[in-house]
Design a protein around this ligand. Structure first.
Ligand code: BTN
Length: 246
């Protein structure tokens, strides 16, 4: 993939700029990065605090063909991006991060990076995914997310980390994971994700079903990237929404 990187000082959200560019014809590989975001966002409308110089904030435009990953595109891309970010952070810091379904990258128990995949015209020949990635590099970065404590690369590695290097490693690793998915190697990505996951088997979780809160125990992910949760009488597929880890 050829990257076309557009760097900004301050933006509302790199997602806004990348989505606008995608809607006006930007090609696959178009990237928006910023030093800071005034309205950085996470999953489910949460705030992603993005002060200057404390994190890598990027959004990448992807234009996957419709025939590939049909019906599981956003889920697989989110998992693939998690695998890629983990690989990139290992390259830069030597630390093995863990992945927490669906999109958290953790060092120890703390979140160091997050992934947000937003789709445009999914299922049509114009389908586009804007993949947003935020990595906490230095203190002051996004350190609190819906009850999950955060951390930053400099804190974990106890040395200075070059944000540009993190950005380049992340982009390279995402491109290679995406190319594997596009070649039909989803099984490899799923295998890598499962091997790096934490809490994906045997953890107690709760979510809001149509008839109120349901509690169960995680039982892996299926090949569509859904989390499987066993309750007293059933095996549920959880595909999104709010999952609480107990
Ligand atoms: C999450 O963990 O909930 C996802 C966080 C995604 C944050 C990144 S930072 C770059 C891009 N721009 C945004 O506004 N969000 C994503």
């Amino acid at each position: 993939m050829r990257f076309d990187i557009h760097k900004f000082d301050t933006v509302t959200s790199t997602m806004d700029l990348a989505i606008e560019a995608a809607e006006t014809g930007a090609a696959e590989g178009y990237v928006v990065t910023a030093e800071s975001q005034t309205h950085g966002r996470g999953r489910r409308g949460r705030v992603w605090t993005s002060p200057p110089g404390a994190g890598v904030y990027l959004s990448l435009v992807l234009r996957p063909p419709v025939a590939v990953m049909n019906g599981r595109l956003l889920a697989l891309l989110t998992l693939a991006a998690g695998v890629a970010v983990r690989d990139a952070l290992r390259q830069v810091t030597g630390i093995e991060a863990r992945l927490k379904w669906p999109n958290d990258v953790l060092m120890g128990p703390r979140k160091v990076a997050g992934i947000l995949a937003e789709g445009i015209n999914i299922g049509t020949p114009d389908q586009t995914v804007v993949l947003g990635i935020g990595v906490n590099v230095a203190d002051g970065a996004h350190l609190e997310s819906a009850g999950v404590q955060g951390t930053a690369l400099e804190r974990e590695s106890a040395r200075r980390i070059d944000g540009d290097l993190v950005r380049d490693e992340v982009l390279g690793a995402v491109a290679s994971a995406y190319e594997r998915l596009s070649r039909g190697e989803a099984d490899d990505i799923l295998r890598a994700w499962r091997a790096a996951a934490t809490g994906v088997v045997g953890a107690k979780v709760e979510w809001d079903g149509p008839e109120g809160a349901v509690q169960g125990t995680t039982n892996g992910i299926d090949d569509h990237g859904a989390l499987l949760v066993r309750t007293a009488d059933n095996l549920h597929r959880v595909t999104g929404g709010e999952l609480r880890w107990l």
